[in-house]
Design a protein around this ligand. Structure first.
Ligand code: FES
Length: 255
């Protein structure tokens, strides 16, 4: 498993284990490493710079990084993919955030005590924190040839069933988390060695297939399973396969 070392200007560092192919900004976020990223990682603000020190990092040189800066090691973390052990320097601004911000760690009794004391101080001051958030546990069915509903619809339906809310619309931020959920699942299931990619055989489907393939090959054996016919929908293929299986399973009629 590759390691990413985030070095700070004050000489300290954060070291995290990652899956090969992970986006550097996402790794930083998960590890609570503060990197300025106002555009949320879509490559447009140019603020998420880190300085490459050593190791393996695949980075696109975008318009925000001049040739000179690139040669000096500057990379946009949101446009960088971790391909092996790598060390990067997190610039001053992030170091400043790091020393000013207290991220609740809660991994030791001391941290929990500090957090509880702070909560009590806030309550004693007459301030109450409330919000409308509700935590719901969802049960989702696994996709199959009988049920080829896309993941976003599967999730909306599960939320509707669990909450009684009608017409749930998923935001872009939620949709962006679906691949993270897959990553999490793969991390927790090291026995998985093979990934089968099933997308439509249209422009978007083929593009998605290529991106997934690029991301996972090297770590998993990849099987691409697109319908043969150009423009065909994977759901139609699944229906056809189901029909074929039904015919095969039906006992032969005796005459
Ligand atoms: S977060 Fe804006 S360019 Fe990377």
């Amino acid at each position: 498993m590759p390691k990413v070392t985030f070095q700070y200007e004050d000489g300290t560092s954060t070291i995290v284990d990652v899956t090969a192919g992970e986006n550097l900004l996402e790794v930083a976020r998960k590890a609570n490493v503060a990197i300025d990223a106002p555009c949320s990682g879509n490559g447009s603000c140019g603020k998420c710079r880190v300085r490459y020190i050593s190791g393996e990092l695949e980075s696109e040189q975008t318009r925000h990084i001049t040739d000179e800066d690139y040669a000096a090691g500057w990379r946009l973390s949101c446009c960088s993919k971790v391909t092996g052990d790598v060390t990067v320097l997190v610039p001053d601004i992030a170091s400043a955030y790091k020393s000013r911000m207290k991220v609740a760690d809660l991994s030791s009794p001391e941290e929990v005590a500090i957090f509880d004391r702070a909560k009590q101080d806030v309550a004693d001051a007459g301030i109450t924190f409330e919000n409308e958030f509700t935590v719901v546990e969802l049960q989702m069915t696994a996709p199959s040839l009988d049920d080829t509903m896309p993941d976003n619809e599967r999730l909306s339906w599960a939320i509707e069933a669990a909450t009684g809310i009608e017409n749930v619309k998923l935001t872009y931020q939620v949709l962006k988390k679906l691949p993270d959920a897959l990553e999490e699942f793969l991390k927790n299931h090291p026995e998985i060695k093979e990934i089968e990619i099933c997308t439509d055989n249209d422009f978007a489907g083929r593009w998605a297939k290529e991106q997934m393939k690029k991301h996972y090959e090297g770590t998993y054996q990849i099987i691409c399973n697109l319908p043969e016919k150009e423009g065909a929908d994977y759901a139609d293929l699944a229906k056809e396969k189901k029909q074929t299986n039904k015919c095969r399973d039906r006992p032969l009629e005796r005459r």
